[in-house]
Ligand binder design. Structure first.
Ligand code: G3I
Length: 363
Protein backbone atom coordinates (compact mmCIF):
# COMPACT_ATOMS: atom_id res chain seq x y z
CA UNK A 1 0.00 0.00 0.00
CA UNK A 2 1.47 3.40 -0.93
CA UNK A 3 2.37 5.78 1.89
CA UNK A 4 0.07 8.70 1.48
CA UNK A 5 0.59 11.25 4.16
CA UNK A 6 3.22 12.79 6.37
CA UNK A 7 1.42 11.36 9.38
CA UNK A 8 1.69 7.87 8.00
CA UNK A 9 5.37 8.36 7.20
CA UNK A 10 5.95 9.72 10.71
CA UNK A 11 4.22 6.75 12.27
CA UNK A 12 6.26 4.26 10.29
CA UNK A 13 9.51 6.02 11.10
CA UNK A 14 8.61 6.19 14.76
CA UNK A 15 7.66 2.55 14.87
CA UNK A 16 11.03 1.63 13.42
CA UNK A 17 12.90 3.82 15.87
CA UNK A 18 11.12 2.81 19.04
CA UNK A 19 12.32 -0.75 19.39
CA UNK A 20 9.92 -2.78 21.37
CA UNK A 21 7.79 0.30 21.99
CA UNK A 22 4.12 0.88 21.33
CA UNK A 23 3.11 3.94 19.34
CA UNK A 24 -0.48 4.76 18.63
CA UNK A 25 -1.05 7.05 15.68
CA UNK A 26 -4.01 8.61 14.04
CA UNK A 27 -7.36 9.52 15.54
CA UNK A 28 -7.88 10.42 19.14
CA UNK A 29 -5.35 10.32 21.92
CA UNK A 30 -1.84 8.92 21.55
CA UNK A 31 0.59 7.54 24.08
CA UNK A 32 4.17 6.32 23.74
CA UNK A 33 5.83 3.67 25.88
CA UNK A 34 9.39 2.59 25.32
CA UNK A 35 10.83 -0.55 26.84
CA UNK A 36 14.29 -1.82 26.16
CA UNK A 37 14.47 -5.46 25.19
CA UNK A 38 15.96 -7.57 27.97
CA UNK A 39 19.65 -8.25 27.47
CA UNK A 40 20.44 -11.79 26.36
CA UNK A 41 21.34 -14.02 29.30
CA UNK A 42 24.93 -14.85 30.01
CA UNK A 43 26.06 -18.46 29.62
CA UNK A 44 25.97 -19.17 33.34
CA UNK A 45 22.53 -17.63 33.79
CA UNK A 46 21.15 -19.58 30.87
CA UNK A 47 22.33 -22.91 32.29
CA UNK A 48 21.30 -22.27 35.89
CA UNK A 49 17.75 -23.50 35.27
CA UNK A 50 19.25 -26.87 34.35
CA UNK A 51 21.46 -26.89 37.48
CA UNK A 52 24.53 -26.78 35.29
CA UNK A 53 27.57 -24.72 36.25
CA UNK A 54 29.27 -23.17 33.23
CA UNK A 55 32.98 -23.03 33.86
CA UNK A 56 36.24 -21.93 32.30
CA UNK A 57 39.80 -22.93 33.03
CA UNK A 58 41.60 -19.77 34.07
CA UNK A 59 45.00 -18.43 34.99
CA UNK A 60 45.58 -15.70 37.56
CA UNK A 61 48.20 -14.09 35.32
CA UNK A 62 45.50 -13.13 32.80
CA UNK A 63 43.17 -11.48 35.32
CA UNK A 64 44.95 -8.17 34.69
CA UNK A 65 43.68 -8.34 31.10
CA UNK A 66 40.45 -6.35 31.45
CA UNK A 67 38.58 -8.07 28.63
CA UNK A 68 39.53 -11.48 29.98
CA UNK A 69 38.45 -10.79 33.55
CA UNK A 70 35.26 -9.05 32.45
CA UNK A 71 34.12 -12.05 30.39
CA UNK A 72 35.27 -14.58 32.98
CA UNK A 73 33.44 -12.80 35.79
CA UNK A 74 30.21 -12.17 33.93
CA UNK A 75 29.62 -15.15 31.64
CA UNK A 76 30.77 -18.03 33.84
CA UNK A 77 29.50 -19.42 37.13
CA UNK A 78 32.57 -21.54 37.80
CA UNK A 79 36.30 -21.37 37.29
CA UNK A 80 39.11 -23.86 37.55
CA UNK A 81 42.84 -23.28 37.64
CA UNK A 82 44.31 -24.37 34.33
CA UNK A 83 47.69 -24.95 35.99
CA UNK A 84 47.94 -23.21 39.35
CA UNK A 85 46.52 -25.97 41.56
CA UNK A 86 48.72 -28.70 40.12
CA UNK A 87 51.38 -30.38 42.26
CA UNK A 88 54.42 -28.67 40.74
CA UNK A 89 52.93 -25.20 41.17
CA UNK A 90 51.44 -25.63 44.62
CA UNK A 91 54.25 -27.70 46.10
CA UNK A 92 57.51 -26.75 44.37
CA UNK A 93 59.81 -28.07 47.09
CA UNK A 94 59.41 -30.70 49.78
CA UNK A 95 58.56 -28.24 52.52
CA UNK A 96 57.33 -25.35 50.37
CA UNK A 97 53.77 -24.62 49.31
CA UNK A 98 52.87 -21.71 47.02
CA UNK A 99 49.16 -20.99 47.02
CA UNK A 100 49.47 -17.50 45.50
CA UNK A 101 48.10 -18.24 42.02
CA UNK A 102 45.33 -20.51 43.23
CA UNK A 103 44.36 -18.07 45.96
CA UNK A 104 44.13 -15.22 43.46
CA UNK A 105 41.72 -17.27 41.38
CA UNK A 106 39.65 -18.15 44.45
CA UNK A 107 39.47 -14.47 45.45
CA UNK A 108 38.33 -13.53 41.95
CA UNK A 109 35.72 -16.29 41.94
CA UNK A 110 34.36 -15.27 45.33
CA UNK A 111 34.10 -11.68 44.14
CA UNK A 112 32.01 -12.80 41.19
CA UNK A 113 29.85 -15.43 42.90
CA UNK A 114 31.55 -18.25 41.03
CA UNK A 115 32.16 -21.79 42.24
CA UNK A 116 35.72 -23.12 42.14
CA UNK A 117 36.70 -26.57 40.88
CA UNK A 118 40.09 -27.93 41.93
CA UNK A 119 42.51 -29.55 39.48
CA UNK A 120 44.36 -31.82 40.22
CA UNK A 121 45.87 -33.78 43.13
CA UNK A 122 47.19 -37.03 41.62
CA UNK A 123 48.55 -36.80 38.07
CA UNK A 124 51.64 -38.02 36.26
CA UNK A 125 52.31 -34.60 34.66
CA UNK A 126 53.46 -31.40 36.30
CA UNK A 127 54.97 -33.33 39.19
CA UNK A 128 58.10 -31.54 40.45
CA UNK A 129 61.58 -33.00 40.10
CA UNK A 130 61.96 -33.20 43.86
CA UNK A 131 59.31 -35.95 43.72
CA UNK A 132 60.17 -37.70 40.47
CA UNK A 133 63.94 -37.67 40.98
CA UNK A 134 63.97 -38.03 44.74
CA UNK A 135 64.55 -41.81 44.80
CA UNK A 136 61.86 -42.18 47.40
CA UNK A 137 60.58 -45.54 48.58
CA UNK A 138 56.90 -46.38 48.26
CA UNK A 139 56.20 -45.68 51.95
CA UNK A 140 57.89 -42.29 51.58
CA UNK A 141 55.94 -41.48 48.40
CA UNK A 142 52.76 -42.54 50.14
CA UNK A 143 53.46 -40.06 52.93
CA UNK A 144 54.34 -37.33 50.44
CA UNK A 145 51.09 -37.81 48.52
CA UNK A 146 48.89 -38.03 51.58
CA UNK A 147 50.48 -34.88 53.01
CA UNK A 148 50.02 -33.08 49.70
CA UNK A 149 46.36 -34.03 49.38
CA UNK A 150 45.69 -33.15 53.01
CA UNK A 151 47.45 -29.79 52.99
CA UNK A 152 46.01 -28.64 49.68
CA UNK A 153 42.46 -29.74 50.36
CA UNK A 154 42.45 -28.28 53.86
CA UNK A 155 43.83 -25.00 52.53
CA UNK A 156 40.93 -24.80 50.07
CA UNK A 157 38.24 -26.38 52.25
CA UNK A 158 35.01 -24.42 51.94
CA UNK A 159 36.37 -22.64 48.86
CA UNK A 160 36.80 -25.45 46.33
CA UNK A 161 33.63 -27.51 46.06
CA UNK A 162 34.97 -30.33 43.87
CA UNK A 163 38.38 -31.79 43.09
CA UNK A 164 39.76 -33.78 40.21
CA UNK A 165 41.44 -36.04 42.75
CA UNK A 166 42.84 -38.37 40.11
CA UNK A 167 43.63 -37.29 36.58
CA UNK A 168 44.31 -39.52 33.57
CA UNK A 169 45.19 -42.74 35.43
CA UNK A 170 44.19 -45.05 32.57
CA UNK A 171 45.71 -45.79 29.18
CA UNK A 172 43.41 -45.73 26.16
CA UNK A 173 43.30 -49.55 26.17
CA UNK A 174 41.88 -49.55 29.68
CA UNK A 175 45.03 -50.65 31.51
CA UNK A 176 46.27 -48.61 34.44
CA UNK A 177 48.92 -46.11 33.42
CA UNK A 178 52.46 -46.59 34.74
CA UNK A 179 53.24 -43.52 36.87
CA UNK A 180 55.25 -42.40 39.83
CA UNK A 181 52.12 -42.76 41.95
CA UNK A 182 51.03 -46.20 40.68
CA UNK A 183 54.09 -48.35 40.09
CA UNK A 184 57.22 -46.25 39.49
CA UNK A 185 57.63 -47.07 42.33
CA UNK A 186 54.13 -46.04 43.42
CA UNK A 187 52.61 -45.40 46.81
CA UNK A 188 52.45 -49.09 47.74
CA UNK A 189 49.86 -50.59 45.42
CA UNK A 190 51.92 -51.43 42.30
CA UNK A 191 50.25 -54.16 40.27
CA UNK A 192 47.00 -53.79 42.19
CA UNK A 193 45.05 -51.84 39.57
CA UNK A 194 42.82 -49.16 41.00
CA UNK A 195 43.79 -49.72 44.66
CA UNK A 196 46.02 -46.65 44.68
CA UNK A 197 43.18 -44.53 43.31
CA UNK A 198 40.96 -45.82 46.09
CA UNK A 199 43.63 -44.84 48.63
CA UNK A 200 43.85 -41.32 47.22
CA UNK A 201 40.06 -40.91 47.32
CA UNK A 202 39.98 -42.05 50.95
CA UNK A 203 42.71 -39.57 51.88
CA UNK A 204 40.85 -36.82 50.03
CA UNK A 205 37.60 -37.60 51.80
CA UNK A 206 39.33 -37.45 55.17
CA UNK A 207 41.00 -34.14 54.27
CA UNK A 208 37.76 -32.41 53.25
CA UNK A 209 34.61 -34.49 53.80
CA UNK A 210 32.49 -31.84 52.07
CA UNK A 211 34.38 -31.76 48.78
CA UNK A 212 33.04 -33.66 45.79
CA UNK A 213 35.65 -36.12 44.60
CA UNK A 214 36.00 -36.66 40.86
CA UNK A 215 37.95 -39.00 38.58
CA UNK A 216 38.90 -37.03 35.41
CA UNK A 217 40.21 -38.29 32.05
CA UNK A 218 40.30 -37.79 28.26
CA UNK A 219 39.08 -40.27 25.64
CA UNK A 220 36.58 -41.49 28.21
CA UNK A 221 33.75 -39.52 26.63
CA UNK A 222 32.44 -42.35 24.47
CA UNK A 223 31.92 -46.09 24.98
CA UNK A 224 35.25 -47.88 24.59
CA UNK A 225 38.00 -49.73 26.43
CA UNK A 226 39.01 -46.70 28.48
CA UNK A 227 35.54 -45.70 29.59
CA UNK A 228 34.75 -49.39 30.20
CA UNK A 229 37.68 -49.59 32.63
CA UNK A 230 36.66 -46.36 34.37
CA UNK A 231 33.09 -47.60 34.57
CA UNK A 232 34.22 -50.90 36.13
CA UNK A 233 36.24 -48.95 38.68
CA UNK A 234 33.33 -46.64 39.46
CA UNK A 235 30.91 -49.54 39.80
CA UNK A 236 33.32 -51.29 42.19
CA UNK A 237 33.89 -48.13 44.23
CA UNK A 238 30.18 -47.35 44.51
CA UNK A 239 29.43 -50.92 45.61
CA UNK A 240 31.99 -50.58 48.42
CA UNK A 241 31.20 -46.99 49.42
CA UNK A 242 34.57 -45.65 48.32
CA UNK A 243 34.11 -41.87 48.17
CA UNK A 244 33.77 -41.17 44.45
CA UNK A 245 31.20 -38.52 43.54
CA UNK A 246 31.64 -38.04 39.84
CA UNK A 247 33.47 -38.54 36.57
CA UNK A 248 35.16 -35.82 34.55
CA UNK A 249 35.06 -36.02 30.77
CA UNK A 250 37.63 -33.68 29.25
CA UNK A 251 36.42 -33.34 25.62
CA UNK A 252 39.54 -32.05 23.88
CA UNK A 253 38.05 -32.84 20.48
CA UNK A 254 38.04 -31.83 16.82
CA UNK A 255 35.41 -31.77 14.09
CA UNK A 256 35.72 -35.52 13.45
CA UNK A 257 33.71 -35.90 16.64
CA UNK A 258 30.64 -34.51 14.89
CA UNK A 259 29.02 -37.72 13.75
CA UNK A 260 25.86 -39.40 15.00
CA UNK A 261 27.65 -42.50 16.25
CA UNK A 262 30.07 -40.55 18.41
CA UNK A 263 27.36 -38.34 19.87
CA UNK A 264 25.07 -41.29 20.58
CA UNK A 265 27.98 -43.08 22.22
CA UNK A 266 28.60 -40.09 24.49
CA UNK A 267 24.94 -40.00 25.54
CA UNK A 268 24.93 -43.75 26.28
CA UNK A 269 28.20 -43.50 28.16
CA UNK A 270 26.88 -40.61 30.24
CA UNK A 271 23.75 -42.57 31.02
CA UNK A 272 25.59 -45.61 32.38
CA UNK A 273 27.69 -43.45 34.72
CA UNK A 274 24.59 -41.49 35.75
CA UNK A 275 22.86 -44.76 36.62
CA UNK A 276 25.59 -45.35 39.22
CA UNK A 277 24.50 -42.13 40.92
CA UNK A 278 27.58 -40.21 39.80
CA UNK A 279 27.76 -36.59 38.72
CA UNK A 280 29.02 -36.01 35.20
CA UNK A 281 31.34 -33.06 34.62
CA UNK A 282 32.37 -31.86 31.18
CA UNK A 283 35.68 -30.52 32.38
CA UNK A 284 38.01 -29.35 29.62
CA UNK A 285 36.01 -28.85 26.45
CA UNK A 286 37.69 -27.25 23.48
CA UNK A 287 37.15 -27.92 19.83
CA UNK A 288 40.25 -27.32 17.77
CA UNK A 289 40.21 -26.29 14.11
CA UNK A 290 42.84 -26.16 11.40
CA UNK A 291 41.63 -22.76 10.15
CA UNK A 292 39.36 -19.93 11.20
CA UNK A 293 37.21 -19.81 8.06
CA UNK A 294 33.51 -19.08 8.32
CA UNK A 295 32.73 -22.67 7.32
CA UNK A 296 34.98 -24.09 10.02
CA UNK A 297 33.56 -21.77 12.66
CA UNK A 298 30.04 -22.79 11.65
CA UNK A 299 30.91 -26.48 11.89
CA UNK A 300 32.50 -25.82 15.26
CA UNK A 301 29.39 -24.02 16.45
CA UNK A 302 27.23 -26.97 15.45
CA UNK A 303 29.29 -29.46 17.43
CA UNK A 304 29.62 -27.18 20.46
CA UNK A 305 25.84 -26.84 20.51
CA UNK A 306 25.35 -30.60 20.20
CA UNK A 307 27.65 -31.26 23.15
CA UNK A 308 25.94 -28.62 25.27
CA UNK A 309 22.58 -30.22 24.41
CA UNK A 310 23.83 -33.64 25.57
CA UNK A 311 24.68 -32.11 28.94
CA UNK A 312 21.31 -30.36 29.19
CA UNK A 313 19.48 -33.59 28.35
CA UNK A 314 21.32 -35.62 31.00
CA UNK A 315 20.12 -34.63 34.51
CA UNK A 316 23.35 -35.82 36.14
CA UNK A 317 25.48 -33.54 33.95
CA UNK A 318 26.16 -30.65 36.31
CA UNK A 319 29.24 -28.99 34.82
CA UNK A 320 29.83 -27.63 31.32
CA UNK A 321 33.34 -26.21 31.31
CA UNK A 322 35.61 -25.04 28.53
CA UNK A 323 39.41 -25.16 28.71
CA UNK A 324 39.86 -21.41 28.71
CA UNK A 325 37.64 -18.77 27.22
CA UNK A 326 39.62 -16.97 24.52
CA UNK A 327 41.72 -18.31 21.66
CA UNK A 328 44.30 -15.74 22.78
CA UNK A 329 45.47 -17.96 25.64
CA UNK A 330 44.48 -21.46 24.52
CA UNK A 331 46.94 -24.31 25.03
CA UNK A 332 46.02 -25.80 21.61
CA UNK A 333 48.47 -24.03 19.24
CA UNK A 334 51.37 -24.94 21.50
CA UNK A 335 50.47 -28.62 21.60
CA UNK A 336 48.83 -29.11 18.17
CA UNK A 337 50.96 -27.08 15.74
CA UNK A 338 48.82 -25.49 13.02
CA UNK A 339 45.62 -25.87 14.98
CA UNK A 340 43.73 -23.44 17.18
CA UNK A 341 40.47 -21.41 17.12
CA UNK A 342 39.21 -23.80 19.79
CA UNK A 343 37.23 -21.66 22.24
CA UNK A 344 34.10 -19.50 22.38
CA UNK A 345 35.79 -16.11 22.06
CA UNK A 346 38.41 -15.33 19.43
CA UNK A 347 41.80 -13.82 20.20
CA UNK A 348 40.26 -10.32 20.07
CA UNK A 349 37.50 -11.25 22.50
CA UNK A 350 34.82 -11.34 19.86
CA UNK A 351 32.13 -13.95 20.41
CA UNK A 352 32.32 -16.73 17.85
CA UNK A 353 29.34 -18.57 16.35
CA UNK A 354 30.02 -21.33 18.87
CA UNK A 355 29.18 -18.91 21.68
CA UNK A 356 25.70 -18.43 20.29
CA UNK A 357 25.09 -22.14 19.73
CA UNK A 358 26.17 -22.96 23.27
CA UNK A 359 24.01 -20.19 24.71
CA UNK A 360 21.04 -21.43 22.70
CA UNK A 361 21.55 -25.03 23.78
CA UNK A 362 21.92 -24.08 27.45
CA UNK A 363 18.66 -22.10 27.55
O1 G3I B 1 55.21 -21.82 33.92
C1 G3I B 1 56.19 -22.02 32.88
C2 G3I B 1 56.89 -20.75 32.58
O2 G3I B 1 57.61 -20.34 33.72
C3 G3I B 1 57.79 -20.94 31.38
O3 G3I B 1 58.37 -19.74 31.01
C4 G3I B 1 56.99 -21.50 30.19
C5 G3I B 1 57.88 -21.80 28.99
O4 G3I B 1 57.32 -22.78 28.17
O5 G3I B 1 56.38 -22.68 30.59
C6 G3I B 1 55.48 -22.50 31.65
O6 G3I B 1 54.89 -23.71 31.96
C7 G3I B 1 53.92 -24.17 31.03
C8 G3I B 1 52.61 -24.33 31.77
O7 G3I B 1 51.65 -24.91 30.92
C9 G3I B 1 52.05 -23.02 32.29
O8 G3I B 1 51.80 -22.15 31.23
C10 G3I B 1 54.39 -25.49 30.47
O9 G3I B 1 55.53 -25.30 29.66
C11 G3I B 1 53.28 -26.15 29.67
O10 G3I B 1 53.68 -27.47 29.33
C12 G3I B 1 52.04 -26.20 30.50
O11 G3I B 1 51.03 -26.75 29.70
C13 G3I B 1 49.85 -27.13 30.38
C14 G3I B 1 49.64 -28.62 30.25
O12 G3I B 1 48.41 -28.98 30.87
C15 G3I B 1 50.77 -29.42 30.91
O13 G3I B 1 50.55 -30.78 30.74
C16 G3I B 1 48.70 -26.40 29.73
O14 G3I B 1 48.82 -24.98 29.98
C17 G3I B 1 47.38 -26.90 30.29
O15 G3I B 1 46.33 -26.37 29.52
C18 G3I B 1 47.34 -28.41 30.21
O16 G3I B 1 46.15 -28.84 30.81
C19 G3I B 1 45.87 -30.25 30.74
C20 G3I B 1 45.05 -30.60 31.96
O17 G3I B 1 45.70 -30.20 33.13
C21 G3I B 1 44.74 -32.10 31.99
N1 G3I B 1 44.11 -32.52 30.76
C22 G3I B 1 44.80 -32.16 29.54
C23 G3I B 1 45.05 -30.65 29.50
C24 G3I B 1 45.69 -30.25 28.19
O18 G3I B 1 46.96 -30.84 28.05
Amino acid sequence: MPIKSFTQKFCIATALLVIGGLTACGGGSSSTTTTNPPPPPKLGQAAAAHHIKVGAAADSFYLSDASYSSILGSEFTQLQAENEMKFATLHPAATTYDFSGGDALVTFAQGHSMAVRGHTLVWHNQVPAWVTSGNYTSPQLSQILQDHITNVMQHYAGKVYAWDVINEAFNDDGTVRDTVWYDQPGIGFAGQGTAYIEQALNWAHTADPNARLIYNDYNDEWMGPKSDAIYAMAQDFKSRNIPLDGIGFQFHVDLSFDNPNALASVASNFQRFAALGLELHITELDLRLSDGSAASLAAQAKLYGELAAICVQQPKCTVFQTWGLTDKYSWIPGFFPGMGWALLWDANYQKKPAYTSVLTALQ
